[in-house]
Design a protein around this ligand. Sequence first.
Ligand code: FES
Length: 324
Amino acid sequence: MSEQLLTVVVNKREVQGKDVVVLELTAPDGQLLPEFDAGSHIDLHLSNGLVRQYSLCGDPAQQQSYRLGVLKDPNSRGGSQAVFDTLMPGVALEISAPRNLFPLTENSPKTILVGGGIGVTPMIAMAHRLHQLNQPFELWYCAHDRAECGFVDELQSAPFSDNVTCYFTTEHDGKRLDFNAVLADGVSAEKKLGAHLYVCGPDNFMQCVLDTAQALGYSDEQLHREYFSAEVETGGNSFEVVAAQSGITIRVEEDQTIAQALKAAGIKVPVACEQGTCGTCLCDVLEGTPDHRDVYLTDEEKEDNDQITLCCSRAKSARLVLDI
Ligand code: FES
């Protein structure tokens, strides 16, 4: 399951706001990079061995460079700190090809993009795409303080700036945006309008937006979310995993993840977030019942029990057979 990596070079680096670094990555020979869809991310393979995912925030119509924004997280497990400390102009690094786990429905009657803080990055790529398609959309960028944020100037001067509202709580007596008012238009009394809502940001921010949408009558199909961190419950009973393609059976110990146990047995599973948020480690389940610990799969998908995230989920049954 080894994937082909691309080598790129940091072409531009700019610190915006307080702790947001905006990077532009290009091919070393100036060739075009593989194309990407709005909502895609890439994995950065950092010099300290960590692999971290960041959404692409450039215009998907251009392939000269990949653009991304990284917030220096005070609780960094080493990823964002390494980005800040090591990715200077001229530095080469390996990245994955773009993957899209947050795809945009391009023909919905209305699209509402809501980004909390650095969660605005995938929304910027989506806004470029919807603008190019001339589709109706709104982009709501919510954050605490204007001076601390990245992307404010470029959103206010973007060709789609009329569709953008920047909302900073410090400019509204500390009050959060009225999500009820923002989302109310997205669903008619007959529940027929069918606007699609995309949200990314801190967990409590996302929960508030999604709870509001659900209370207004948005269906699961209308709601799209991308988490960038989550509390994952770890550990549990030991169980057996059969890797059907490899013909190997392993034991996952109480303090191991399935991905770790597979790796110890020589089966390398791609992982990135290791928190059940990104879906990189998703695998089909052929037999057995998963104990889902991730936030990536929807409740409906979890009920189907035919997929599992190997970085954090476990088993309710004594044995899982995986398509790996
Ligand atoms: S590595 Fe991200 S969900 Fe498992």
